[in-house]
Design a protein around this ligand. Structure first.
Ligand SMILES: [Mg+2]
Length: 173
């Protein structure tokens, strides 16, 4: 059950205490794309997000978009935000994440994943042993596969709640 429990839970990518992460030794931030940065199906290029990424880069973080969406969807965000990206990440399978750590030369302790889904973002991060950060989805709409994941997610959340480990809206870091 703990494989679904995020290390940190925040309202959005804008409420995360990045200075604290930096002080804990995090050097690389993996951002999920859909419903973490932008609504699914949306191509909105947000200046607010770009400004956040720019300031995080200036603080010394490596920013990588780590998405299950294909390259054709990722590439415009990658170039607009001027960050690295990995598409078709197949979260919650660990292959691409392990490969990323190896290629960029980061240890598990130096990387955090930020995403809106327990069943993909949090699970893959916990399996590999990096820091996991859950944020609320930015919209109510979901891709079809995500809708199926949300069904399991609600059951996991209930289980975590029954053990008093996780409550929606009770943020922590
Ligand atoms: Mg997502």
């Amino acid at each position: 059950m703990e494989e679904y429990l995020p290390d940190i839970y925040q309202k959005s990518i804008y409420t995360i205490d990045y200075a604290k992460l930096f002080n804990r030794g995090i050097k690389c931030l993996l951002f999920d794309l859909d419903n973490t940065i932008v609504p699914p199906y949306s191509n909105e290029l947000s200046k607010k997000t770009k400004d956040l990424f720019t300031s995080l880069k200036q603080k010394g973080f490596k920013i990588i978009i780590f998405t299950n969406s294909p390259q054709i969807r990722l590439k415009k965000f990658k170039s607009f935000f001027a960050v690295d990206g990995v598409s078709s990440a197949f979260k919650p399978f660990t292959g691409k994440l392990k490969k990323l750590l190896k290629e960029y030369g980061y240890t598990e302790a130096e990387v955090a994943i930020i995403g809106d889904q327990l069943m993909t973002d949090i699970k893959v991060g916990n399996k590999v042993g990096i820091t996991t950060i859950l944020v609320n989805p930015v919209s109510k709409s979901d891709f079809v596969l995500t809708k199926i994941h949300r069904f399991s997610e609600r059951r996991k959340m209930k289980k975590l709640r029954d053990h008093d480990l996780f409550w929606q809206g009770r943020y922590y870091d």
